[in-house]
Ligand binder design. Structure first.
Ligand code: DAT
Ligand code: MG
Length: 154
């Protein structure tokens, strides 16, 4: 539906490389609506829970350290709009940047899977879980009407 929401993050390497604005711009100019935004160094507990599905993988410890060591923060966002979960993943590009096509975020800016600069929920279930994890506080998600909605979504 047009109220679908997904969790998109700029990982520490994306922040360090100055790519926050580019990543936001891609979602914004397409017409998706920003309803949550924060800058933080995630706790180990948050990163562990966020990547819980991957806890048995050999790269898990390195992944959590990279997300949480504070060498740069993470930008966490909630974007809303038609098919934003699936389209967000398409806009990010393949997890392994060597397979990510040009025009995608990873295809335009990344070379390796361990430094792929962005995250996007991969299903309705993960979107719900991740939005709840990263945006727990009252008022952190803002419901608002964009004045150009009638020109973007019909
Ligand atoms: P995605 O981030 O596209 O949802 P994922 O959920 O499978 O991909 O994995 C989460 C992150 O873990 C991914 O963005 C980068 C890291 N990762 C995944 N597979 C990896 C691997 N084989 N080696 C190193 N890091 C990996
Ligand atoms: Mg994933």
């Amino acid at each position: 539906t047009s109220k679908e929401r997904t969790f998109i993050a700029v990982k520490p390497d994306g922040v360090q490389r100055g790519l926050i604005s580019d990543i936001i711009a891609r979602f914004e100019r397409r017409g998706y609506k920003l309803v949550g935004l924060k800058l933080l160094v995630p706790s180990k507990a948050l990163a562990n829970e966020h990547y819980a599905d991957l806890s048995k993988k050999p790269f898990f410890a390195g992944l959590v350290d990279y997300m949480t060591n504070g060498k740069a923060p993470v930008i966490g966002m909630v974007w809303e709009g038609p098919a934003v979960i699936k389209q967000g993943r398409v806009m990010l590009g393949a997890t392994d940047p060597t397979a990510a096509g040009p025009g995608t975020i990873r295809g335009d800016y990344c070379l390796t899977i361990g430094r792929n600069i962005c995250h996007g929920s991969d299903s309705a279930e993960s979107a719900e879980k991740e939005i709840g994890l990263w945006f727990g506080g009252k008022g952190e998600i803002v419901n608002w009407t964009a004045n150009n909605d009638e020109w973007v979504v019909s």
